[in-house]
Write a protein that binds this ligand. Sequence first.
Ligand code: PGA
Length: 230
Amino acid sequence: KVADLKGLKQGQLRLAVITTAKYIIPRLLGPFCQLYPGIDISLQVTNHERILERMVNNMDDLYIMSQVPDHLDVNFEAFLENPLVVFAPLNHPLSHEKNIPIERLGEEPFIMREPGSGTRRAVQTLLDEHGVKVNVKLELGSNEAIKQAIAGGLGISVLSRHTLLTDAAEFSILDVQHFPIKRTWYMVYPAGKQLSIVARTYYEYLLNAAKEIVEQGNLLSIPSAETISR
Ligand code: PGA
């Protein structure tokens, strides 16, 4: 049983995760560190392209991303959904409309993530598929900055639903056709790499924690160390 091995697991865990995962992964490190007080952790939070660079340079033990690279030989496993939704300010005129045609997005000032962002790529792919051109008023390299810009009335954007974790009351999610964009978070590591015991322990921990979260249906209810290690 995992819990019995507690104090025996020691060492460093190096994680690198895409920006949307920062809303969940640090919270889940709490119970993990309780279970394994001997493990020290470094967590890098960055965009899809930077994660790929880190992976190519073998800088971390495990990576979390929502698009598995197809040009690299990697092992991967899905663990939680990461839907992308259309965010608008609370009192936006479209907030009570149903089934808004995707073309309508072209008429709103739009806030876009930076080049290199996986979110941006997914949004652009969907817009291109439907021949929709958005009017990008502002480009920002941070989900949090985009949320503040939306709240400030600068425009609308498409972000991971996870970025709303604690402040859902400040935004509306628009009911636009073809949304949410379905994505998934994966744990990824290079195929040739032998995971350390510490990394393997975290890998299994995260799968269990994600299962608990899905069962409880609430991303904010972080399972206790005891539940996860059962
Ligand atoms: P991003 O990552 O920070 O690169 O947009 C999110 C994702 O790829 O889902």
